[in-house]
Design a protein around this ligand. Structure first.
Ligand code: FE2
Ligand code: FE2
Length: 183
């Protein structure tokens, strides 16, 4: 499926505001990909599709013929929509590219082997201008300097939010953090 076709179909899965968010993330991902010399077309597509599974409830995953491990669904849609979205992208958008698919699946919780491409999509998601938490401008600047540091700053923000709101942290996110600090 080409980029224009993807943009058209997004609205069948997402609300208007999330389509806007997805296009914004695609544009930020594109700019970061250009800067960090990774594939700009793939980055735009991964940005467009990163939240494709976000508005579908876990109880409805089976309607799409998709099954997701309990170790993810136990943490709710906010976590599981990454891996679910990857499967939707494969099945309904015919995306076969592993680089795009891995970035979609890992944009919620990271992975133990995040590539520059994965980090770009992960960080871009947070950098939507409608987010205005304290410190976001530092992450925005760092993203164009050191994408690994920007990914760590993004995890720091997510972990702080989860801890202060007394929410569980998915063990995969902790593995991602442990691998980021070594890279
Ligand atoms: Fe998401
Ligand atoms: Fe998002």
């Amino acid at each position: 499926m080409n980029i224009l076709d993807i943009e058209e179909v997004l609205g069948e899965f997402l609300s208007y505001s999330r389509v806007k968010h997805s296009i914004t993330v695609a544009c930020i991902s594109f700019r970061l990909a250009l800067f960090h010399k990774v594939d700009i077309r793939k980055a735009f597509i991964a940005g467009l599709l990163h939240d494709i599974g976000k508005e579908i409830k876990i109880k409805d995953y089976s309607k799409y013929g998709i099954k997701i491990d309990r170790n993810l669904t136990d943490f709710g849609e906010n976590i599981s929509h990454g891996v679910f979205g990857k499967k939707l992208a494969e099945k309904f958008f015919k995306i076969k590219d592993d680089i795009i698919l891995k970035a979609i699946s890992s944009h919620t919780i990271g992975s133990a082997d995040m590539t520059i491409f994965d980090k770009i999509i992960f960080v871009s998601d947070l950098l939507d201008p409608k987010n205005n938490f304290e410190g976001i401008e530092n992450i925005r600047k760092e993203a164009f300097l050191d994408i690994n540091e920007a990914a760590m700053m993004s995890f720091e923000f997510v972990f702080q939010y989860l801890i202060s709101s007394r929410k569980a942290i998915c063990p995969i996110s902790i593995k991602s953090w442990n691998s980021l600090i070594k890279s």
